[in-house]
Design a protein around this ligand. Structure first.
Ligand code: RIB
Length: 295
């Protein structure tokens, strides 16, 4: 099994149930508020571990986020490379509407305080063919891609949230892309799923491209083959972390030697379970729950 290092964000999520997303100039009362562990990095580490992967999380939190280490450890994540800095832990203000859709406002906090020497330190125990997972909620992402490739590691990148700084990263070094349609359009200028995947595959011919399509399933391009997995119909309660659940399960399965089509299917099941529950990291299913839905 390949070892996985996830350099990623750790957030405290403040989740507000709302009748609709608040509009400019509007004051709106929330119906309820809940506080959950989150952050794309943390969610993906939890999913990586629940899929059976061997994962170490690296990142930064403040004193206020120390309890999140327990959540990661309980899920089976090694937290030995999470630093505690002077800035507060990142947080997210998440509105969830009646359809389970979300709108997220991020405060990066400690997540944006990484430095190149920190990246070098956390990469040090990892070797050729180990896997590095990155999202775009921490800084030093471009540096981490380059440093990991120099060691022969496999680089997985989920360019979320998308920002113009991504264009300055050495994207030709990415081995596995996990995108949604918003990120796919930003990267390619294309709007249809097929065009996004084909354009990504022509720019990055050696990479695996995975485009998640929400309720419509997944489209993947891998070494000249196109794979499609249909969506699973579920009553969505909260779609937060569905993409993170997919990413963690997909990469965790690949790291265990599961073939790509099976990994897509299992990740699709895991994501469909996560949307039927409120919250981010806490909504990610266990391996047994996912396995019980395999037909
Ligand atoms: O992808 C969902 C995550 O995005 C939330 O947990 C929130 O913290 C933001 O990072």
């Amino acid at each position: 099994m390949s070892r996985i290092l996830n350099i990623g964000s750790i957030n405290i999520d403040y989740v507000y149930s709302v009748p609709h997303f608040v509009r400019g100039g509007e004051t709106l009362s929330a119906e309820s508020r809940q506080i959950f562990p989150g952050g794309k990095g943390m969610n993906q580490s939890v999913a990586l571990a629940r899929s059976g992967g061997s994962v170490t999380h690296a990142g930064m939190i403040g004193d206020d986020g120390k309890y999140l280490l327990d959540v990661l450890q309980e899920a089976g994540v090694d937290t030995g490379l999470v630093a505690i800095g002077n800035e507060p832990t990142g947080h997210a203000i998440i509105q969830v509407n009646g359809e389970g859709q979300n709108s997220i406002l991020l405060f990066p906090g400690a997540n944006q305080n990484l430095a190149p020497d920190f990246i070098d330190r956390v990469l040090a125990p990892f070797r050729k063919d180990d896997i590095l997972v990155l999202q775009n909620e921490v800084n030093c992402v471009g540096y981490a891609i380059e440093a990991a490739k120099a060691k022969g590691m496999i680089v997985v990148f989920n360019p979320s949230p998308f920002g113009s700084e991504i264009e300055s990263y050495p994207l030709e070094m990415v081995d596995v892309w996990l995108l949604n349609e918003i990120e796919g359009e930003a990267l390619t200028g294309m709007t249809s799923a097929g065009d996004i995947v084909n354009t990504m595959a022509s720019i990055y011919p050696n990479a695996i491209i995975v485009l998640t399509l929400g309720a419509e399933g997944v489209l993947c391009h891998s070494r000249g083959n196109e794979l499609r997995i249909d969506g699973i119909k579920v009553q969505a309660v909260d779609t937060t972390a569905a993409g993170d659940t997919f990413t963690g399960y997909f990469v965790g399965c690949l790291a265990q030697g599961i073939d790509i089509y099976e990994a897509l299917k299992l990740a699709n099941i895991a994501a469909s379970i996560s949307v039927s529950r409120v919250g981010a990291a806490v909504s990610i299913p266990t391996w047994d729950e996912v396995a019980s839905k395999v037909s």
